[in-house]
Ligand binder design. Structure first.
Ligand code: HEM
Length: 222
């Protein structure tokens, strides 16, 4: 870790109100984060109830849920690099919360699409395996299923840490597929989701260079 980051962390830890924040985070952090993650859904429901979702409310809701699912997936992937770069270990439990909410919003995204298509199975499945846009979305969703199923401590113990970690590298595959899907969405997908694509590329790059960076920083001086 860089010395200035160590100094920054020490400075924050020495603040008078830090123990209070740390204690609130320890006792209620997960619940508070879950509440924050639910806010976009509450926002969409409120919009829907007030009739602000336009002429095709389910289509609008589908777009909103897809965007949040992608954002949660990226947030989940950002945790490990943030811990590695800043030593903010308190963020680790957030990874699972963001990951599970990404899956939750992906389910809502798929359900909203089914509602938009009047629950017509033929229309829902049309192009699913032939249209690259739909196929990437479908595959992203499929990859997220084993990740969500194995997210519990019990499953981690059953699989063993090494296999579990290997399996959860699939989060990157899910995110790459989801970003490809989003970039192909609508007419302006390429423009709208470019920032998310850049963030994902940076996170991937970080994971690739971090082992080398760490080794270089651990080398004895002189
Ligand atoms: C079976 C799986 C999926 C299907 C059938 C599906 C289908 C769709 C459809 C029809 C759209 C609207 C395209 C348009 O605006 O014309 C869309 C947009 C989108 N989807 Fe999916 N999707 C799936 C999975 C996913 C997953 C897993 C994610 C993210 C984790 C995701 C993220 C998005 C995003 C970000 C958009 C763009 C929303 C916007 O334009 O505001 N999708 N998807």
């Amino acid at each position: 870790m860089f010395p200035w980051i160590e100094a920054f962390n020490a400075r924050v830890a020495s603040l008078s109100f830090f123990p209070i924040i740390a204690s609130i985070h320890k006792r209620h952090g997960q619940k508070l984060l879950s509440l924050v993650c639910l806010l976009p859904l509450l926002g969409s429901v409120a919009e829907g109830l007030m009739g602000q979702l336009g002429a095709r409310p389910w289509f609008r809701a589908m777009g909103e849920m897809g965007e949040i699912a992608l954002a949660m997936l990226i947030a989940c992937l950002a945790i490990t690099p943030l811990v590695q770069a800043f030593d903010w270990k308190f963020l680790y439990p957030w990874r699972r919360t963001f990951g599970l909410f990404a899956f939750f919003y992906a389910i809502l995204h798929v359900l909203a699409r089914a509602m938009d298509l009047g629950l017509d199975l033929g229309a829902i499945m049309e192009g699913m395996f032939t249209n690259p846009f739909l196929l990437t979305g479908f595959l992203a969703f499929l990859v997220m299923v084993p990740l969500a199923v194995t997210s519990t401590k019990k499953m981690m113990a059953t699989l063993g840490g090494k296999r579990w970690r290997l399996l959860h590298k699939l989060t990157y595959v899910a995110a790459i597929l989801a970003i490809a899907h989003a970039l192909m969405a609508g007419k302006a997908g390429y423009i709208n989701f470019l920032p998310q694509a850049v963030i994902l590329a940076i996170l991937l790059l970080w994971r690739l260079v971090y082992p080398t960076l760490r080794k270089a920083m651990q080398k004895p001086q002189g």
